[in-house]
Design a protein. Structure first.
Ligand code: ADP
Length: 486
């Protein structure tokens, strides 16, 4: 396997610059979502090892914050360059454990690395402020300082990018970080740690531990040493972590579930909207928190849009992620497939019509039941589960609408508020709708919204805080104000 040759397939955790097993020798098996076959094992760590990682991070952070932004920047840039130099084995490892098509895995590694480059640059620009004092005898200085020891708990859908967008900002600010990756996809995280080590990032500045999510999470949340937690995952787990962090009044960034509306207005460029909807809906087999979940099409173009959209969807090739030409890989596990099938069946029972897909499909050299056909449903109504819940799979439900105020109300009628998209040309409408959507991110005439320079994050039950942009760095900085009598 190329990973072995590249030295990036690590089967131990990375604590204080050492590769370690669990104290009791316990392990977890990591399997390939394509065929269920075992790929590797990683340590099944718990509270004791988490405490070790916290002590390590505490020691390392004290020295790390004393380095200048310029010095930290150099080390982050080395990490960035090593990731790009190892793009092929990293992408292969990512596809192996996560399942996404290899072209998407390459895209994710580039995207993940872009956060490290961006925050390496931002590390040099952490500046304070001198405020004009109300009294001539005083001087008021505002300085920015690292929050301290931080922790990240990350999901399986972007095993590289969900780590770098947190860790790069933390490290740039002078924080240390303990990362607990998802149990399904820890190998990419450990490979990133190996490259951080090669880049010369000091021991303890970045620790990666795998194992018992509940025990590790509780230990991190309850520790008074850990001053911030950044979590990406489900709203349900976000609530648990937020409650666990309450006693220590920890800073929190939460990037939680979404239920993205995608609205196509009557004056939209239909071909562009079809392309944008495909990009937004089917990336990572529909398993992203910003995937279009509900597609609203104006009634005057509904027929035209649905025909072109269904034709484009039937061109998408389902297959193993490591095969050339695959557009849709496997879903992460059986439970994910079950939920997608339930959403489709519920819609069909309540009157939806199937224009494409609708069931699991067989793929050569792969396990049965893990691949779901890209699916298009029409005749949708608001009583269906899919109208309210996040599907997290390759299913595109098309709702018809006639009135702008009504579609905005429907788009906002969810507890979530992460990403929304719409296609329109009328400039007044574009402003009106962009302002009215209760979402943290709005894509106008585009289905692609994520990049390292912009603040990514949600409102309502989609979370707190922003990742990316200069805003993402602020999340890892405290403001101190000094009032000096002269
Ligand atoms: P998903 O449904 O996408 O798997 P989860 O919210 O369950 O999302 O998982 C996201 C991350 O949160 C994973 O790393 C998982 O191990 C972790 N996690 C799940 N439950 C807990 C918990 N009770 N405490 C801490 N971490 C948890």
């Amino acid at each position: 396997m190329e990973q072995n040759e590249s030295g990036l397939l690590k089967q131990q955790c990375y604590i204080h610059g050492h590769w370690l097993d669990a104290k009791n020798g316990s392990e977890m098996v990591i399997s390939n979502p394509c065929d269920g076959g075992p790929i590797a094992t990683v340590p099944n760590m718990g509270e004791e090892e988490t405490q070790m990682a916290i002590s390590s991070s505490e020691k390392a952070q004290k020295l790390w914050q004393q380095q200048s932004g310029h010095e930290r920047s150099q080390q982050l840039l080395s990490w960035f360059e090593l990731i790009l130099a190892n793009k092929d084995p990293l992408a292969e490892l990512l596809t192996l454990e996560q399942g996404k098509p290899i072209k998407e895995a390459h895209g994710e590694i580039t995207y993940a690395a872009s956060f490290i480059q961006w925050y390496a640059e931002e590390a040099k620009r952490v500046s304070g402020e001198l405020i004009a004092s109300p009294s001539s005898e005083n001087r008021i200085v505002v300085m920015k300082q690292a929050v301290g020891v931080t922790a990240a708990i990350t999901p399986w859908n972007f095993p590289a990018a969900m780590i770098t967008r947190k860790a790069a900002a933390a490290l740039a600010a002078g924080c240390s970080m303990i990362v607990k990756p998802a149990p399904d996809t820890p190998l990419t995280a450990l490979a990133l740690a190996e490259l951080a080590d090669q880049a010369g990032i000091p021991a303890g500045v970045l620790n990666v531990i795998t194992g018992d999510a509940k025990a590790i999470g509780k230990t991190l949340c309850e520790s008074p040493v850990v001053r911030k937690l950044s979590f990406t995952g489900s709203t349900q787990v976000g609530r648990i972590l937020m409650a666990q962090c309450a006693p220590t009044i920890k800073k929190l960034s939460l990037e939680l579930g979404g239920n993205a509306p995608f609205i196509v207005f009557e004056d939209a460029d239909i071909d562009a909207a079809v392309e944008g909807a495909i990009q937004s809906k089917f990336r990572n087999a529909g398993q992203t928190c910003v995937c279009a979940n509900r597609i609203y099409v104006h009634e005057s173009i509904y027929h035209q849009f649905s025909g072109k959209f269904a034709a484009a969807v039937t061109q998408l090739k389902v297959g193993r992620g490591d095969e050339d030409g695959t557009d849709i890989g496997p879903l992460i596990n059986h439970q994910a497939v079950k939920k997608v099938q339930q959403h489709v069946d519920d819609a069909l029972e309540k009157g939806a019509r199937l224009l494409a897909g609708g069931k699991t499909t067989l793929v050569a050299n792969a396990q049965k039941g893990h691949f779901f056909e890209p699916t298009v449903l029409t005749n949708m109504n608001d009583l269906m589960r899919i109208a309210k819940e996040e599907t997290f799979g390759p299913v595109a439900p098309l709702f018809s609408f006639s009135d702008t105020d009504d579609v905005i109300r429907k788009a906002n009628d969810t507890e979530y508020g992460l990403a929304a998209y719409f296609y329109a040309k009328d400039l007044s409408k574009v402003w009106l709708v962009a302002e009215a959507l209760e979402y943290g991110i709005v894509g106008v005439n585009t289905g692609i919204i994520s990049n390292e320079v912009a603040p990514f994050g949600g409102v309502k039950s989609s979370g707190l805080g922003r990742e990316g942009g200069h805003q993402g760095l602020e999340e890892y900085l405290e403001t101190k104000y000094i009032n000096m009598k002269v």
